[in-house]
Unconditional design. Sequence first.
Length: 106
Amino acid sequence: MTRLSRNACFGFLAFTWLGGTAAVEPAMAQAGRPDTRSMTCAQAQELVRKSGSIVLTTGQSTFDRFVANGSYCRPQTGQVRAKFAPTRDNPQCSVGYRCFQNRTQR
């Protein structure tokens, strides 16, 4: 093998490895995060209730943090509002709550 063909072969292998890693990485990142779209509304609600605070996949490239109640929020953001997400049986399921800070109170 000539030096040029060895370099070309190495470059191809490196490109293939990097490309393969990049393609697998997003799938691996999502593998550990439950997806609301694969659950019923009741299952998603129960998961949030049992977990207290959990990050769930809510779409092809979206995710959000859901809490069961205000005790899972920081003290300065102890208020909650209903948080909705699509589930297998409900496109607008009230899965849990999200923390927010009322900006008018300081």
